[in-house]
Ligand binder design. Structure first.
Ligand SMILES: CC(C)(COP(=O)(O)OP(=O)(O)OC[C@H]1O[C@@H](n2cnc3c(N)ncnc32)[C@H](O)[C@@H]1OP(=O)(O)O)[C@@H](O)C(=O)NCCC(=O)NCCS
Length: 230
């Protein structure tokens, strides 16, 4: 998808959650931050003529820093983020320079997604599509977070998360497999084959306590594909 397509998909996430176009364009710092990121990434990746790319960087790097200061949202151009990102509130949000976030994800205030680990185990998360990350959650390390997962407010996630899992606590444990379906809105979601397939997989039995969630239909390694990043 091209630059304008990605920005439009981001914009539509805010509209789909009820924001007017005025509110989205002029009063939503999350949309500003993702737009600057999209332009920055496009310039780094698509401008083949080196002097032109460097010239773009001269303007875009200060703009990126200014956006980070104003919005409290740090998104390096090297981060790989699918279209339809929703950031509802101000600040304290950090994306890693590596790793991946899939399509139609929602990231709340105070979220850190970052690198962790040592040696071969060092790396940043690969996060699937339609993932909800609640306020002040920390998701770090060379892990995968499956499609339709939900990370509860304040969770500290350092281990792989299966698709549809809802994880909470520090260290995070699976509390259910109800997924993020209730928390993520986007255009055409009712007819999205990937979402429908995930829903059709059915609900798994509810856990009896934190950390005791059964996952009968899931890969026991808890590693998934990372889910359709762009
Ligand atoms: C993601 C979230 C919506 C999950 O909700 P849910 O799947 O409906 O979970 P429930 O509310 O049914 O809670 C299930 C269990 O997990 C626990 N739990 C829920 N969220 C938790 C959290 N953030 N940390 C630790 N435990 C949590 C509940 O206490 C409950 O435990 P119990 O069964 O022992 O009573 C929610 O927990 C969350 O983090 N929401 C963020 C809300 C928020 O910050 N809103 C402001 C946005 S600006």
């Amino acid at each position: 998808m091209g630059l304008f397509g990605q920005i439009y998909r981001d914009y539509r996430r805010y509209r789909a959650t009820g924001g007017s176009w005025v509110l989205t364009l002029f009063f939503t710092q999350g949309f500003w931050a993702s737009t600057v990121y999209r332009v920055n990434r496009w310039a780094v990746q698509r401008l083949r003529f080196r002097p032109l790319r460097l010239l773009a960087q001269v303007f875009l790097s200060p703009l990126n820093k200014l956006t980070e200061i104003v919005t409290g949202i740090c998104i390096p151009a090297s981060a790989d983020i699918g279209e339809g990102m929703y950031i509802g509130h101000f600040g304290g949000i950090f994306f890693p320079s590596r790793g991946r976030l899939g399509r139609n994800c929602s990231v709340s205030q105070g979220v850190t997604i970052g690198q962790a680990g040592t040696g071969d185990k060092r790396g940043a998360p690969t996060i699937g599509d339609r993932v909800y990350i609640g306020p002040h959650a920390i998701v770090v390390g060379k892990i995968t977070v499956g499609d339709d997962a939900a990370v509860c407010a304040g969770a500290v996630v350092t281990r792989p998360v299966p698709p549809r899992a809802v994880v909470a606590g520090n260290p995070a444990r699976v509390i259910s497999y109800d997924g993020s379906f209730e928390f993520i809105c986007y255009d055409g979601m009712e007819g999205d084959p990937a979402r429908l397939a995930a829903l059709a997989a059915g609900a798994y039995p509810a856990p009896t306590s934190l950390g005791a969630a059964p996952a009968p239909a899931l890969d026991p390694t808890l590693v998934n594909t990372g889910g359709g990043a762009p």
